[in-house]
Design a binder for this molecule. Sequence first.
Ligand SMILES: Nc1nc2c(ncn2[C@@H]2O[C@H](COP(=O)(O)OP(=O)(O)OP(=O)(O)O)[C@@H](O)[C@H]2O)c(=O)[nH]1
Length: 529
Amino acid sequence: MAIGFIKKIFSFGKDAVEEKPVPQQEVAPETTDAAEITPFVPDKEEEGTAGVATEPSANTAADASVAVQDESVPRPIPPLVGEMPPYATLADEKAEAAIPSSVPSGQLPHEGGEQRETEVTAEDVRTDTNESKAVPDIVAIPPETTTEDADTKGENAEASESVVANETVAVEKESASALSPLVGEIPARAEGVGASAEPAPNLPKGFAASEKRPKEEAAAPQPKLSWYQRLRRGLARTSSQLTGQIASLFTKRKLDDATLQDLEDLLIQADLGVETAMRITDTLASERYGKDVTGEDVSRIMAGEISKVLEPVAKPLELDLSHKPHVILVVGVNGTGKTTTIGKLAAKLSGAGLKVMLAAGDTFRAAAIEQLKIWAERTKSDIVSSKLGADAAGLAYEAYERAREKKSDVLIIDTAGRLQNKAELMAELEKIVRVLGKLDPDAPHTVLQTLDATTGQNALQQVEIFRNVAGVSGLIMTKLDGTARGGILVAISAKHKLPVYFIGVGEGIDDLEPFEAKDFAEAIAGIAP
Ligand SMILES: Nc1nc2c(ncn2[C@@H]2O[C@H](COP(=O)(O)OP(=O)(O)OP(=O)(O)O)[C@@H](O)[C@H]2O)c(=O)[nH]1
């Protein structure tokens, strides 16, 4: 099933996939002085690891502590990526799964009374939920909260970590039940913790179970939108602005030269580009000149013409897995969504069973390195990172070597954001590409440029320059949600004709989907599904 899924989102390389001989390293670039590899460590909880920080020092991958991926053991294939919940939910589920099914109520900190050494449990810190279950005589709360949980819990992080550091806690039944202040209403456990479906416990004399068990309310899940629905919602601003203007243009008017000119102007203002605007007006004129025209007529023709422009560029991202690793370099202007997109891609690949390594090549920003480490943790990917300010080309080189040693399927290299007109920074990007080519003349095998849809026309120039400097081979457009400028993707496709692999319509882990020309064209044109 996993292979079928991968084939759906990625095309596995060219027809004849040959193992290329790896050229000997001729010139080693300046290496980063402290590159470190952080392998994904499965089942960390079982090993008693207290968090993400499996950060072996700058050892080589040959180091036993680093070589955590036993090649002889096939990686488990997780569920289909398309069904993955947003990462916040993933983390929540993990945290919940780590909570033993019978946690004593104990005395909560806000309940008043004397503070006891063992009172604050992970459950207390996270959910502040009172428990009303029958309390076993002695309950051990293993320190299973990880720092990943802490990371995703924001402000609760410190408190959670302090719980992790605690010794196993024992709570005596008498103290716990005697201190419980619950009167009248016995709340069910939070959904997902596992006890809400259980019958009400036998309550001591003087207590009554409330009829108002909030289970139903908590259990009512938000309906999950399909990708198509999310695409439409994301492009709603682009399409409603465009179709609204078109509808008012064609109210009770026959199609003449003046309306055609107005329509052309309107389409150009909507960032679709002159070429596509003219294609649309030409087709409309040939069909309806001198006749009544409705907004629906224009939308239908617009969707058809946009589709024709986009179809040739809507291509899957080809991975040649014979490379081991297939190297993907991700480039783009600051804040266009490189790191986030890398996380989303890693989730898809790793979710489909591929072994992924990330390289934190944005050595300018400490936050970018940390951000990528979090994504690596969430997506069960290995990561190679270095000190702030380290040479990015050196890091890329080293990451490539590590990925080879570890037999990673895919290496995704993040880079610092840079404006296309900063010559010095663009030269650094050129150097990264050159250095990777020393290990394999074909590397990087894919150069992905992320484009922020909200930047409009400037994206055209960004592609032009990054393409010349870094050899961009394909695009991902991000932030199509909430912008009225989604039309720019059409202009870019018409001009540059570069493959568009995916589009991003949100910050969540599953807000990235393969680019489908017809769906996109219809969503922009406001055609009802
Ligand atoms: N709404 C929305 N936000 C996105 C999308 N993709 C990324 N973002 C957000 O855009 C912001 C910048 O994303 P990053 O991934 O840090 O961008 P970057 O290109 O790595 O940034 P630099 O390292 O500064 O160059 C973050 O807040 C992301 O959550 C998207 O598809 N939709």
